[in-house]
Write a protein that binds this ligand. Structure first.
Ligand code: NAP
Length: 494
């Protein structure tokens, strides 16, 4: 049996990115050592381990993209570069004693609720079991390879942005980048001064917001170190909070003055910063602002106005050994071709096979679209939490805050299990259906459903994004509604 704090209970965590490490740290902080983190890669960091492309930067202010309990006075810039963020997570894994709980290079391939506990299998053939299952696999981890004819015939180097080949020379090369999401924009900005010729293949123009390019001096860092209130001031900056509220109002209510204001700001930036009228029109989106995830970049407009950089809007016909053939017959000759073509955002814990009570298959429940009660738990999959799971908040703000709130919710939800009152807790299907009906209605009225194509849109044609004000998210995460949950098993042996 577990003791009254449930310390005999065991937790299996999948993924050693920001959210999986958070789960481990929170368990350690409550004095619980009975957990293992399985990580398919060879180091911590999740998305910050997988993405190593030139220009990789977080578009959330660094002091806000930080665990609430572990400020970092040493961030080098207002918006931190990717490698620095990965190092921060590694330092946290060491500082909180989580590193020794991680099994690297070991992918969880299956998980099944059996005999009132989770039994998992891994890529190395190991079996393990636990009472709780934390799915911290991230959203964007399965690359989307474009279905462009001939990609595999290219004679030069060709790779996806999340599989960057650092052995490939870039300086003085003719480089093509396909894709104009946040990734493609950051890569083009970073390579404009390095490539001899840089072609950005654009299928759809993007709304782009300038962002502060502040670099912190040693003096700034010293002040942050000596006075954490200065970090608080960045995290809780009233102007930033007001902007965020206006932004949320704009996306949730596309007919609001906030949306008109947002679109006016973005349009003015395009008009002011791009001189050539032909280029300006190429870059002008033909859909409403923030329908696709807004891109934050302070140097992209400068980059594409350099003489060696071309924004190519003609359709790609195919890739050939020498380069990209456009549909008017023009060949763009290239040495390097980067596929910044995004990710399959509907995967979450998959391709892992997950089976719940009585063999219920997650693939069946998610056949149309991934669904989770308030984005965190799933009927018939007891004691399983999805951190940054389906239709959670994924807007332009810190996913760390979101994961922390989701973990606190799960921690409270597991209290009856820790007290030995039952083996498991899962939301009822009725609760999920009722929640999902409301969610779909709200999602249909957001800017994300206003007619563009984006990774936010799920298999049911609706945005898979939290579609209410954030206050509502914090409120529902602050306290589980046990009335929406059912107990599975009466007592818990550990
Ligand atoms: P993305 O936003 O999904 O963009 C993919 C791009 O590839 C789009 O421009 C898409 O064109 C294009 N594309 C896909 N298939 C194509 C094809 N067959 N032919 C031509 N173009 C094709 O992916 P992403 O840029 O990797 O960004 C994904 C998300 O990662 C972001 O929205 C963000 O959440 C996150 N991210 C964040 C940061 C950060 O700073 N925090 C940085 C990078 C990424 P269409 O638009 O026409 O479909």
């Amino acid at each position: 049996m577990s003791d009254s704090n449930g310390k005999g209970l065991r937790t299996i965590i999948i993924g050693a990115g920001m959210a999986g490490l958070l789960a481990g740290i929170r368990l350690k902080q409550r004095g619980d050592d009975n957990f293992t983190i399985y990580e398919k890669g060879d180091c911590v960091g999740g998305t910050w381990r997988e993405n190593t492309y030139p220009g990789l930067t977080c578009d959330v202010p660094a002091h806000a993209y930080t665990y609430s309990f572990a400020y970092n006075p040493d961030w080098s810039q207002f918006m931190a570069p990717g490698p620095e963020i990965r190092e921060y997570f590694e330092a946290m894994a060491n500082r909180y004693g989580v590193m020794e709980h991680i099994r690297f290079n070991e992918e969880v391939t299956s998980a099944q609720w059996q005999d009132d506990r989770w039994r998992i299998g891994t890529s190395t053939g190991r079996d393990d079991e636990g009472n709780m299952l934390v799915a911290a696999t991230g959203v964007l981890h399965v690359p989307n390879y474009p279905d462009i004819e001939g990609v595999d015939t290219f004679a030069g180097a060709c790779f996806h942005s999340a599989r960057w080949d650092h052995s490939v020379p870039l300086d003085g090369e003719r480089i093509g980048v396909i894709g104009t999401g946040s990734t493609g924009v950051q890569i083009v900005s970073a390579l404009a001064d390095r490539a001899s010729e840089l072609t950005h293949f654009q299928r759809t123009a993007q709304w782009i917001m300038g962002r502060p390019g502040v670099v912190y001096t040693e003096e700034d860092k010293r002040r942050f170190r000596e006075d954490p209130a200065l970090i608080e001031a960045v995290r809780n900056n009233p102007e930033g909070a007001a902007n965020r509220d206006r932004f949320l109002e704009a996306v949730i209510n596309p007919e609001s003055p906030a949306h008109a204001e947002l679109e006016a700001i973005l349009t003015a930036q395009l008009e002011e910063r791009v001189q050539d009228p032909v280029l300006r029109e190429k870059l002008r989106p033909n859909y409403r602002a923030a329908c696709k995830r807004l891109i934050f970049a302070n140097d992209y407009y400068d980059a594409v106005q350099k003489p060696n950089v071309e924004v190519e809007t003609r359709k790609i016909a195919r890739v050939e050994p020498q380069g990209v053939r456009l549909d008017d017959g023009t060949l763009v000759e290239l040495d390097v071709l980067v596929l910044a073509t995004g990710f399959r955002a509907d995967q979450f814990v998959r391709p892992m096979k997950i089976k719940g009570v009585g063999g219920a298959d997650l693939d069946d429940l998610w056949a149309e679209v991934p669904r989770a009660y308030f984005a965190v738990t799933v009927p018939e999959f007891p004691n399983m939490v999805l951190l940054n799971g389906p239709a959670g908040p994924v807007g332009n703000f810190s996913l760390i805050d979101v994961a922390e709130a989701q973990w606190d919710y799960f921690d409270k939800l597991m209290e009856p299990v820790r007290r030995g009152e039952c083996a498991g807790l899962a939301p009822t299907m009725q609760a999920l259906d009722a929640y999902d009906e409301r969610r779909r209605k709200a999602a249909a009225g957001t800017i994300w459903a206003s007619g563009c194509k984006s990774w936010y849109i799920g298999g049911d044609g609706l945005p898979q994004v939290w579609s209410w004000p954030m206050e509502y998210f914090w409120e529902v995460m602050s306290k589980p509604d046990f009335g929406d949950y059912e107990k599975i098993g009466e007592t818990q042996d550990a």
